[in-house]
Design a protein around this ligand. Structure first.
Ligand code: ADP
Length: 264
């Protein structure tokens, strides 16, 4: 009996320990989320309020070109907020395992077109080369979620690579798989960080504070790609930049024709 009581007690202790670990991990995530949300909401809001105030108070002095620049700044920061909120929503849905795919046969070039339009002025300092051959044909994905994956990857490339350097997106079939790669000419991601950059809130250059970011983008990309049954990983681009490779194992499979009916 003592043995049994001991075993029960031990199990309870282990469970308590697990619970405490779980809680402190949740608490850590909650803190990280709060500070990231307040920082990432406030930064674009400050720009929007600043640009709007300039428009109102210095309207005469600005001239048409100045007014256009202010309006563009407001739109760009508004779109940044929009992407951030979208990422937060996705993260919540991923966390609850409620990310449902709406699969369809789509043209990846159209998805890329929407992703680049969504980013708008964010890409203004980088030539973007989208090398998706027509021969790729339609692929089987959730177009809206994959647009977001591609927008997050392009956003990162534009954010971390120096102005003027090109960003490339290439897609091909590899057997049944569809492979999509983005490459940039930035600092790249060091090998020791290549797994962790897909963790929520993980940032390689967290300390420098130069580039606004939440550390959510790649975690969401991974969630969406894995929901498609695919994989995402970091490699080196020629020249040392970051190369992000997505493999979608069944996105290129043609729909199976209905089995012929057997005649009795
Ligand atoms: P965020 O960009 O908001 O910090 P992400 O999850 O998108 O968050 O990226 C996580 C980290 O990975 C970034 O903070 C950055 O350190 C690194 N990273 C992502 N993309 C690139 C890239 N194209 N070039 C260099 N570093 C990158």
């Amino acid at each position: 009996v003592d043995q049994v009581a001991l075993a029960v007690e031990r199990t309870r202790l282990v469970a308590d320990l697990g619970e405490t670990r779980f809680l402190s991990e949740t608490e850590r995530l909650r803190q990280a989320l709060l500070s990231s949300v307040s920082h990432d909401l406030r930064t674009p809001l400050v720009s929007i309020i600043g640009a709007a105030s300039t428009l109102i108070e210095s309207d005469a002095a600005l001239g048409p070109e100045g007014r256009r620049q202010m309006a563009e700044a407001i739109r760009e920061e508004g779109e940044r907020l929009n992407r951030f909120v979208q990422n937060l929503l996705d993260m919540t849905r991923l966390g609850y395992g409620a990310l449902r795919l709406n699969l369809d046969w789509v043209d990846l070039r159209e998805v890329m077109g929407r992703a680049t339009r969504q980013l708008g002025p964010v890409l203004r300092d980088h030539p973007v080369d989208i090398a998706v051959p027509a021969s790729l044909g339609p692929i089987h994905i959730d177009a809206i979620l994959m647009e977001q994956v591609m927008a997050n990857l392009l956003d990162n490339a534009a954010k971390y690579a120096p102005a003027g350097t090109p960003i490339t997106v290439a897609a091909r079939r590899d057997g049944r798989e569809v492979v999509i790669e983005t490459s940039d000419a930035g600092p790249g991601i060091p090998p020791e960080d290549r797994e962790r950059v897909f963790d929520m809130f993980y940032r390689v250059r967290a300390g420098d504070g130069q580039r606004a970011g939440t550390g959510l983008g790649l975690a969401i990309c991974r969630g969406i790609v894995e929901a498609h049954g695919g994989r995402i990983k970091v490699g080196d681009a020629a020249g040392g930049g970051a190369r992000i490779e997505i493999r979608l194992p069944s996105a290129g499979e043609p729909p199976t024709p209905p089995a012929p009916e057997e005649t009795p």
